[in-house]
Design a protein around this ligand. Sequence first.
Ligand SMILES: Nc1ncnc2c1ncn2[C@@H]1O[C@H](COP(=O)(O)OP(=O)(O)OP(=O)(O)O)[C@@H](O)[C@H]1O
Ligand SMILES: [Mg+2]
Length: 239
Amino acid sequence: MSAVLLDITQLNAGYGDMPVLRDVSMNIRAAEIVAMVGSNGAGKTTMLRALSRLIPSRGHISFNGQSLAGATADEVFAMGLVQVPEGRQLFDHMSVEENLQMGAYKRRDQTGVKEDLNRVYRLFPALAERPHQLAGSLSGGEQQMCAMARALMARPRLMMVDEMSLGLAPVVVDLLLETMTQIRSQGVTVLLVEQDVHAALSVADRAYVMETGNIVREGTAKELKNDPEVQRAYLGETA
Ligand SMILES: Nc1ncnc2c1ncn2[C@@H]1O[C@H](COP(=O)(O)OP(=O)(O)OP(=O)(O)O)[C@@H](O)[C@H]1O
Ligand SMILES: [Mg+2]
């Protein structure tokens, strides 16, 4: 088995006095696709914000063997922990290519940046066809591609994708999931945060289920697909 890339132990985080995450422990090995699923308000985005150091947290996080205690958002980004935020958060008035360049704004290796631009255009041909189009005028699926491509321009070790499938047609979701497996085959580890449990379990190796800030289930994607409780609560099947 490959080495553990991200290791979280007893992570607690919230907003002001309100706790959201309660003693969350999970890990991700290099080159895995791991899904974190759960309903509205379970705390999934809060977990990503804590990992990206956008909100304070208690507990232990180690990434690539290094503790993130005391690390700033900029530092964890530079270490390769990169988020594709919920709602995509593109720069709407900038072109596709300008958005992609923003992902690489910390990098000084111009040759590598050029190579990566070609690589993301190969992964997302729809973006290659419209590098000068304003991001705000892209379709929902194209916007999601642009957000993922922008994250890849930072050369992430771990790409954390929040609600990739939200508002997209099933055929577009399938295309993005297929691209996700290609991204993994290029050596990027993926954390997929999803309300669409069907979609997430179709590509993930392993998954965690979060309910009200707690991890209530974990296992291989296959184990969770066959878990009667998961089927009842998340897959719309009557057990
Ligand atoms: N900025 C904030 N200030 C205060 N409370 C917040 C803030 N953001 C989220 N919360 C609360 O934290 C809890 C967890 O929210 P979070 O966004 O992490 O859930 P989620 O699992 O990502 O949900 P969804 O699937 O709807 O995206 C919710 O009760 C939410 O209302
Ligand atoms: Mg969320």
